[in-house]
Every structure is written in structure tokens, then in C-alpha cells.
Design a protein around this ligand. Structure first.
Ligand code: NAI
Length: 431
């Protein structure tokens, strides 16, 4: 794949660090914002992005152009609107936005100006994961430089459109990444999700129309506006357009993240880019796109990493960064670890999530440590059934937590039974 087919990461990994405004411009940056502000109406930008079929890269895959189209189109002077970049990347196993934030923060700045123009929002906020210290420093530096050069501020390029970006470092909870909890946190209140509808596009930050887009989504915009929707459509191998930053963690030779065409099969990502499994380890199962996606079996490793194909296989593409389980790691232990995370990160607002997730964690702890009873499996199944479907809890946190559990109970049934029968972890010797 040549550089033009790796648009998101083409300027990442330069020896001198992220490009400054001038270097970014020399490498093709700022072309898109010029085109958008000089030659396109906000509606034309929305049409181009809709035609490109860009889908949200945070995990849910909602159409970006469609999301923008819900924002009321009254004149900006009468109403405040906000664009929020969701940079609160806390999904276990997911580290793609970090790469983009640290490697080329101006790409995000340019993407945000374009998105702000499209929805006619004068204010942008980057809600950043609290631990991303290097990203924070580089973003602040990039924003200050962009402001000094005139890419931010009032009347950009004499277009009449003005845009400012503010960076907010998160207090550090997983739930802050849920878009409505994120907005509540920005308002200075305890980060609890709000009910949807109203969706943020209509009633978001301080009640104003707001669009929350993921970092990788926003970073795609300069390339779509500069090269056109047809070009973006042509990058994908199947029905989904563009490239995607995929990644692999687990016992592979080279864990990491790579920008590849949408629809690249997971086998190619694992074997070619991650160098295959380490000696002595075999792939047992995998979570295709972060901790809140369902396990797929090793036999499904040829799945194309695109929304429809992964869903057809029984899971979700999620963030596109896969977590691999090998044959020497205890699946019950892995699930216990994941559910410990989800229980700890419940915001505590709704009872099924606040009480159910710690219960799941305790049951898994007991089974893993050899004190589990056969009835505990029924209890786990009950939790997966009751907490799994959307709508029984206030937000997607508990359903997300149940995705690996429900699939794991099916896939690792033998291992669960062996733990209970032997009153110990059968893999302890080899782990
Ligand atoms: P969602 O499907 O409820 O919403 C996705 C986006 O589409 C939101 O911006 C929402 O406003 C919009 N939307 C959905 N339905 C809409 C409608 N009818 N009208 C207008 N707008 C609508 O999903 P959610 O809860 O925002 O995200 C869940 C995903 O987040 C999961 O798939 C998970 O993979 C991912 N995730 C990612 C993390 C990360 O660190 N990147 C962390 C945790 C979860």
C-alpha cells in the first residue's frame, strides 16, 4: 500500500515528531479546509461526507454525515452549537486514537475545523483521556500554533466562519467516553449518562446542539474533502469505505496498530502485520474490536474486519483493535479480568449495572479460584440474559460488559466445567 492509500498515518512517525503547521501544509495539509471554507457550503460538506459513507470509528459505526444532518440548521448567530472530539480512548486493547493524537495533532485540528464548519459550530472541545499526557502537550502546542497562524480564531481565511478549540483532560473514568456522560462531565457535573433521545445533535452540551465524533472519524475528514467521496469509497476492500487503524494485542510476535484498507481479514492482520503467534502459542479465540465485543472462535480468523461481516460472524467490529486469547491463557481468568474492569467502571447510576456487574465478577472469581458451584454457571447465564440486551440498563455499559461473557460462556463451556469439577484452574500448570 502506498502513502496515498495510508492517509491517516502518512505523516506519523517522522523523525522530528509531529509536523508543525508549515510542514503539515507542505505535505498536503490545509488543502481540505481551504476547499471547504472557500468553495463549499456547509451543506455541500455534509453531502460529501455522507456520500463517502464514513462511519463513526469510536465503535458504534453510525454514519457521520447522517449524524451531522440531525443538527438544526438555523443561523449560528442565534444559537450556540458545539463539536466535541471524543478522545477519551479507554476501551481495553484500543490505542489507535493515541497514535493519531500524538503523531499528527494538526490532522485532528483540520478535521475539527471542517466538521465545525459543516454543522456551523463555533466551538470545538477535545475531551481527552486523562492519562494521555504526551497527547495533551502536543495538542496544546498544535492548537496554539494553528491559532497563531490563523487556522483557528475569527473569520478563518476571510470566510466569515470562526472556530476555537479547547482541550479538556478527563478525570479518568471509562464512562466519560459514553457521549452523554462525556457532555455531563464537560458541564462540570458527575459523569453519568443521560437518556437518549434527545440525542446530543439536538440537545447536547448545556442543552445546545452538539456533535460528538471520535478522533479517527474526524481525522478522516481532511482526506475525504481533499480527495472526494469516490476516492474514499475506493479504499475499502468490501462494502465499507476508507481505511481503518486496526490493531492486535495478545501473544503475537509484534503487537501494534496499522492503517489498512477497511475489510482487511483478521488473519492477514495477525499473521502478516503482527508477525503471527509467538512460538508455543496457538490462537484460541479473539475479541475483534475491544473488550465490549463478543468472542469469536479461532476458526473465524478469516473474517473480514468490516461492520457487516463481523456482525454476521456473531460479534461487532467495535474499535477494530483485536484482543487475542491463546491456548495457554485461561479464558475464565481473562473473563474475570475483563469483568473486574467493567464492574469497577460502572458509574453506579442504575441498579442492574451497579449491582449486577460486581456479582458477575464475584462469580467468575469463585470459579477461577476453584470454589465455584455448577449453579454459578446458571447465575452467569442469567446475568448475561438480563443485562445483555440494550434497554434494560441506562446505557450501553452493562450490555457491552455482557458481550464477552455471553459468548465466552458458550465458547469456553468445557473450561468452565473443568474449573468447577477440578476445583482449580486446569491451565495453571501451563500458564
Ligand atoms: P450508539 O449506537 O448509541 O451511538 C453511536 C452514535 O450514533 C452516537 O453519537 C449517537 O448520538 C448516534 N446515534 C445513534 N442512534 C441515533 C439516532 N437514532 N438518532 C441520532 N443519532 C443517533 O453507541 P454508543 O453508546 O455511543 O457507543 C457504543 C460503542 O462505543 C460500542 O460499540 C463500543 O465498541 C464503543 N466504545 C468505544 C470506546 C473507546 O475507547 N473508543 C470505549 C467504550 C465503548
Amino acid at each position: 500500500m502506498n502513502v496515498s492509500e495510508r492517509p491517516l498515518t502518512a505523516m506519523i512517525g517522522l523523525p522530528d515528531g509531529p509536523p508543525d503547521c508549515a510542514a503539515y501544509g507542505r505535505a498536503g495539509g490545509w488543502q481540505a479546509v481551504r476547499r471547504a471554507l472557500r468553495d463549499m457550503t456547509p451543506e455541500a460538506v455534509i453531502e460529501t461526507v455522507t456520500a463517502s459513507k464514513l462511519r463513526g470509528r469510536g465503535g458504534a459505526g453510525f454514519g457521520t454525515g447522517q449524524k451531522w444532518s440531525f443538527v438544526p440548521r438555523d443561523p449560528p448567530a442565534t444559537r450556540r452549537k458545539y463539536l466535541v472530539a471524543n478522545a477519551d480512548e479507554m476501551e481495553p486493547g484500543t490505542f489507535k486514537d493515541r497514535l493519531l493524537l500524538e503523531g499528527n495533532p494538526l490532522q485532528l485540528v483540520e478535521g475539527m475545523i471542517i466538521a465545525g464548519y459543516a454543522i456551523q459550530a463555533g466551538h470545538g472541545v477535545i475531551f481527552l483521556r486523562g492519562e494521555y499526557h504526551l497527547a495533551l502537550a502536543r495538542l496544546n502546542h498544535a492548537i496554539a500554533e494553528a491559532r497563531q497562524v490563523g487556522w483557528l480564531g475569527e473569520n478563518i481565511l476571510g470566510s466569515g466562519f470562526g472556530f476555537e478549540i479547547h482541550v479538556h483532560a478527563s478525570g479518568g473514568r471509562y464512562i466519560c467516553g459514553e457521549e452523554t456522560a462525556l457532555l455531563t462531565a464537560l458541564e462540570g457535573r458527575r459523569a453519568q449518562p443521560r437518556s437518549k433521545p434527545p440525542f446530543p445533535q439536538v440537545g447536547g452540551l448545556w442543552g445546545a446542539p452538539s456533535v460528538v465524533n471520535n478522533v479517527e472519524t474526524l481525522c478522516n475528514l481532511p482526506h475525504i474533502v481533499a480527495n472526494g467521496a469516490e476516492w474514499f469509497l475506493s479504499l475499502g476492500l468490501g462494502p465499507d469505505s476508507g481505511t481503518k487503524i486496526y490493531g492486535v494485542s495478545g501473544r503475537v510476535r509484534r503487537p501494534g496498530a496499522w492503517e489498512l484498507p477497511m475489510g482487511t481479514p483478521l488473519r492477514e492482520i495477525v499473521e502478516h502485520h503482527a508477525g503471527g503467534m509467538r512460538d508455543g502459542y496457538r490462537l484460541r479465540a479473539f475479541l475483534p474490536g475491544g473488550a465490549s465485543t463478543a468472542f469469536l472462535d479461532a476458526g473465524q480468523v478469516d473474517v473480514a474486519m468490516e461492520y457487516g461481516a463481523v456482525e454476521k460472524a456473531g460479534s461487532r467490529l467495535g474499535t477494530g483493535l483485536a484482543i487475542l486469547l491463546d491456548d495457554r491463557t485461561c479464558p475464565v481468568g481473562m473473563l474475570h479480568n475483563l469483568e473486574h474492569f467493567f464492574a469497577q467502571e460502572s458509574c453506579g447510576w442504575c441498579t442492574p449495572c451497579r449491582d449486577g456487574l460486581p456479582w458477575v465478577e464475584r462469580l467468575l472469581d469463585a470459579i477461577e479460584s476453584g470454589t465455584g458451584e455448577p449453579e454459578d454457571l446458571d447465575r452467569l447465564h442469567d446475568h448475561a440474559r438480563l443485562l445483555g440486551p440494550m434497554g434494560r440498563t441506562f446505557c450501553a455499559h452493562a450490555p457491552g460488559a455482557m458481550a464477552p461473557l455471553a459468548s465466552g460462556l458458550k465458547l469456553f463451556r468445557e473450561e468452565f466445567d473443568a474449573h468447577i469439577r477440578q476445583r482449580a484452574c486446569p491451565l495453571r500448570e501451563t500458564a
